[in-house]
Design a protein around this ligand. Sequence first.
Ligand SMILES: [Zn+2]
Length: 252
Amino acid sequence: MFPVIYLPSPNFSARGDAAVSMLVLHYTGMKSAADALARLCDVQAQVSAHYVIDEDGKVYQLVEEQHCAWHAGASYWRGNKNVNNISIGIEIVNPGYEFGYRPFPAVQMQAVAGLCSDIIARHQIQPVNVVGHSDVAPLRKEDPGELFDWQWLAGQGIGVWPSVSGQWQEGTRARGGVLYDDPAGEISRSEIGGDAPPINNKFVTLGYEIPDREDGLNKVITAFQRHFRPSAVNGVWDAECDERLAALLAMI
Ligand SMILES: [Zn+2]
């Protein structure tokens, strides 16, 4: 494939009988690659990932794929509450929102695509199970964030991307027929605990868990937007989001 630099981390456990069926992508969210590698190999930190991909495209392997790396934390996707146990985790070097979020360089994305393709082929991972950390932990996590080019990655055969009609150019979104306009969280208050509305069911069908708290649905909407409608991440459900969600459900 390409050269992999081995840098073993002590932070892993046995998978038991669990088969790998998911691929979870992260950003490191630290000032430098060296800081991130040090933390992911620090026995005190109790965190790790199978791979780290630096901004120059260098690929580090920290944990063997047969072992469970500790990258996702409390998480959920498509009925699975222990994402770590059934996934491969890749940390993509980027300072993140805290230290200066910036675009992922092309050479880094090429390395991401190469590694992901290899992992997906070897473990027969379904496209819908290629997700971001924010998808599996929407209350706690924002990575890899809206600058991560999921659309390009899907063009390389990795993950799902919702093809929509093309009417959603910048500037037309506001005229697109807003379905829910509720940044303050009114939707989740009224919908959770009542009859499950269609949007909740659709999110669950795709894979998300709607957290049982006031802002749970808004957090999921935000996570959905970071991944599938990155041009506007505002927690507000609109017609474009609705079309993209429908397109995804038609693909899986
Ligand atoms: Zn993460």
